[in-house]
Design a protein around this ligand. Structure first.
Ligand SMILES: [Zn+2]
Length: 79
C-alpha cells in the first residue's frame, strides 16, 4: 500500500514540474518586478515596464514611457 502512495506522490510531482515548465513561458512569471505596466504616452497602450521604451528624463526626473521607439520619436518630435 505504501508503494501506491509513493507512485501517486511521484506522479503528482511530475505533473507539478510540467505545470511549472509550461507556465514559465508566460512573461508574468519570467521576470521579477515586471508586473508594472506603463501606458504609452503616445497611443495609451499599456506595456510591461521592462519592455517599455523610455524617453529622455524631464526636469523633474521622470521619464515618459512609450510602447515603441517609433512612438517615442513621433511624440517627442511633436512636443
Ligand atoms: Zn504607443
Amino acid at each position: 500500500m505504501k508503494y501506491v502512495i509513493w507512485v501517486a506522490i511521484i506522479f503528482a510531482g511530475l505533473w507539478w514540474i510540467r505545470q511549472q515548465r509550461s507556465g514559465s513561458n508566460s512573461p508574468s512569471k519570467k521576470n521579477k518586478g515586471s508586473n508594472v505596466m506603463l501606458p504609452c504616452a503616445h497611443c495609451g497602450l499599456h506595456i510591461p515596464e521592462n519592455e517599455a521604451v523610455l524617453g529622455p528624463a524631464k526636469s523633474n526626473g521622470t521619464q515618459t514611457a512609450y510602447c515603441s521607439p517609433q512612438h517615442l520619436q513621433q511624440h517627442e518630435g511633436r512636443a
